[in-house]
Design a binder for this molecule. Structure first.
Ligand code: GUN
Length: 288
């Protein structure tokens, strides 16, 4: 058997189209342009690529994009002052501070200084609490993108066994909350989990978000399971060239799974599409 490939790139394009047509309408009818501010501190190369891509796609759907690139030595006080200014700027509906931050900056303090209504990453402690209690919140973009693909493929997720591998605040924990919200039976597995292969074999849905290249082999996967691969790992091949791989060994897993997201072209494109959707949502909520 060969798994169906869940095309995140194509799905993300449809999400962006929907966002774009909604943006066009509120610009025409209400004279409002949703605005997203992205703050980058320092020169982390991967972060620079992400930020550029976010800015480009924000403009492509007709929104206002503002980028603040700060020196790696920026003080916490200066960063907090910028966030305060963005919190009070009515033309900005979404604020994203690119992570990781340089070591001298307190990430929790910085994230929690963002107005929760503008926290399009869904990382603010208020949004984490709202999501955990099933209330309206801003939902982190990567897990939201995964959920959209799962709902699209399965229809209802009710009663399915879901195993999330990885317990990060950005992906693993919110992913588990979202799956629970859709009435899955959820297990969060991590580096200390006993008999991890056995745990994963029970899953109808596997979400791999550990950041370890090709860690999940095909013989951990139950026949017909749906596999969502959140990993984006750059590895060096034998010929010295580099290649992007997920947390899942695509070759063996795709022979057993019912459906699988590829890397690249799976979860990655959905993350930015969901950021745009969250910015639009924040704008609509701000304007009643
Ligand atoms: N760094 C890696 N992923 C993310 C993300 O989803 N949001 C932010 N702000 N930084 C990140």
């Amino acid at each position: 058997m060969s798994a169906k490939i869940i095309d995140g790139k194509a799905f993300a394009a449809t999400v962006r189209e929907k966002v774009k047509s909604h943006v066009t309408r509120i610009k025409e009818e209400d004279g409002i342009t949703p605005g997203l501010a992205v703050v980058l501190v320092g020169e982390d190369p991967a972060s620079q690529v992400y930020v550029r891509s976010k800015g480009k796609q924000t403009v492509e759907v007709g929104m206002k994009s503002v980028e603040h690139k700060l020196d790696a030595e920026t003080s916490e006080a200066d960063l907090l002052a910028l966030i305060d200014q963005l919190n009070n700027d009515a033309s900005i509906h979404g604020i994203l501070v690119q992570l990781p931050l340089p070591k001298h900056l307190n990430e929790d303090l910085v994230i929690n200084s963002i107005d929760p209504a503008k926290d399009v990453d869904g990382f603010h402690i208020s949004n984490v609490g709202l999501l955990g209690t099933g209330q309206r919140s801003m939902v982190p973009c990567t897990p939201l993108g995964c959920l959209m693909m799962l709902r699209d493929y399965h229809g209802s997720l009710s009663g399915l066994n879901a195993v999330v591998i990885g317990r990060s605040n950005i992906v693993g924990k919110p992913m588990a909350q979202l799956l629970l919200g859709d009435s899955c039976t959820v297990t969060i597995a991590h580096s200390r989990t006993k008999d991890l292969p056995e745990v994963v074999r029970r899953a109808d849905i596997v979400v791999a978000a550990v950041g370890r290249p090709e860690m999940v082999p095909g013989d951990w996967i139950r026949e017909g399971a749906t596999v969502i691969d959140v990993g984006i790992n750059r590895i060096e091949k034998e010929d010295g060239k580099t290649k992007l791989v997920g947390d899942v060994d695509f070759e063996s897993v795709s022979k057993v799974a019912g459906a699988i997201t590829p890397v690249p072209g799976g979860v990655g494109p959905m993350t930015i599409a969901c950021l745009l959707a969250n910015t639009l949502t924040a704008c609509c909520r701000a304007n009643g």
